[in-house]
Design a protein around this ligand. Structure first.
Ligand code: V47
Length: 383
């Protein structure tokens, strides 16, 4: 027989009363073995916010280079220049990828790369301009906070984040992805990703973007050397920053939290086991419960698996992202987490789980699609 965790009883009262949860509540959530009650609570919030709707999008990832000045222990992607497997795309390759994405009906290109030591700032603005010229309709979600800080350095204005973001925006940047947040804790930072920006800079970049009216996302990389306290602290800091963004009312804010389970293979932390499936479910549910001011919780199925993502729709998740193309099979470039899915597989997964599949653009506006042609659903109603 199922026994309800006593600590979840108090949390349950708060959740049903719509009250904000505390740090201690966050700890109880991550420590509980009563995963079913946790799921019910996260699902209650999810249903209140989104009903049966589950979002997905048709996007392409563009990893322009894996050459990186940093050597983060958790990362299996980076290479040093000249090392076996190191690559960087020239503009022609970027254009080819953009053309393919547009022809495949993608609504978004998600761009991330390493901190390349030699490419000039113009490489990045030209990349954005080239994509915008090929398809003005595609939303460009690009560059993690650490890349933005790198651009400020290479364009010799280390303190001028506004200038850098304005230049990128003028060239076609639509929003910032949530990567590079890892875990907002200095001990973990110094041990696992020393050299990368600390949390204060990550937040400064996102706050600056929000002030310029740009939306952004947030991630948490968990299941490596961090503690449960670190995870809850990470939630609290994100929630505070989102309160501030909403209060300031500049228009920009965090849209989505994407908890990322650490995948140990081929990283310097390969000896660690990585999180379990249960841990992943708990983190998705905890994200929904702790981040009451975030509209969306995304299960990045490429890291979570499609099967777990399907189950997670009952644990607080309302969004399934991934590199999906409407008719085609596609792959994530440059990593060992290669998986393939068609849009119909993804939709089937959502419908089989009892939910309504809604295609969205990057800003969570519903899409009307006819093959590779698409437009915003509101536009259809208006015209
Ligand atoms: O920043 C690196 C993480 C991130 C590993 O904003 C790893 O919509 C697991 O941020 N195991 C990139 N994770 C991915 C990312 C993302 C993905 C999907 C959607 C969005 C969004 C953002 O992946 C990196 C880093 O935090 N990462 N190495 C690893 N071994």
């Amino acid at each position: 027989m199922r026994v309800m965790d006593e600590k979840l009883k108090k949390i349950s009262e708060k959740v049903y009363a719509g009250e904000r949860l505390s740090f201690e509540d966050g700890m109880a959530i991550l420590q509980t073995e009563d995963v079913w009650t946790l799921g019910e609570l996260a699902n209650h919030v999810r249903q209140k916010m989104h009903g049966r709707v589950t979002y997905y999008n048709v996007n392409r990832h563009l990893n322009y280079s894996n050459v990186c000045a940093l050597s983060c222990k958790f990362c299996a992607f980076y290479r040093k220049r000249g090392q076996d497997g190191a690559y960087e795309y020239d503009l022609d390759r970027v254009k080819k990828e953009a053309k393919e994405a547009a022809e495949a009906g993608a609504t978004e290109i998600h761009i991330v790369g390493g901190l390349h030591p030699y490419l000039p700032f113009e490489y990045y603005t030209e990349m954005l301009e080239a994509i915008r010229d090929i398809s003005p309709q595609i939303h460009i979600k690009a560059f993690t906070a650490v890349e933005i800080v790198h651009f400020a350095r290479i364009s010799k204005r280390p303190k001028d984040l506004v200038g850098v973001l304005e230049d990128l925006k003028a060239a076609g940047l639509g929003s910032l992805p949530g990567g590079g947040a890892e875990i907002f804790d200095d001990r973990v930072h110094d041990e696992a990703f020393k050299g990368k920006i600390r949390s204060d800079m990550w937040f400064r970049v996102h706050k600056t973007a929000h002030e310029l009216g740009l939306m952004s996302n947030a991630t948490m990389l968990y299941g490596h050397i961090e503690s449960l306290e670190d995870r809850v602290q990470h939630f609290m800091q994100l929630r505070d920053a989102q309160d501030e963004a909403i209060e300031k009312g500049h228009g920009g804010r965090f849209q989505t939290i994407i908890p990322l389970p650490f995948i140990p293979d081929k990283s310097e932390l390969e000896h660690l086991p990585g999180p379990s499936g249960l841990d992943n479910l708990k983190m998705l549910a905890a994200s929904r419960l702790m981040l009451d001011n975030f509209a969306h919780v995304k299960s990045f199925w490429i890291m979570q698996t499609l099967q777990l993502s399907e189950l997670a729709l009952n644990f607080g998740v309302d969004d399934m992202d991934g590199t999906v193309v409407w008719y085609d099979i596609t792959k994530v470039g440059g990593s060992d987490t290669h998986q393939e899915v068609t849009v119909s597989d993804l939709r089937k997964s959502i419908v089989d789980a009892g939910y309504e599949a809604v295609e969205r653009d990057t800003l969570y506006r519903p899409i009307e699609r006819d093959g590779a042609e698409w437009r915003l659903a509101e536009e259809v109603v208006v015209s």
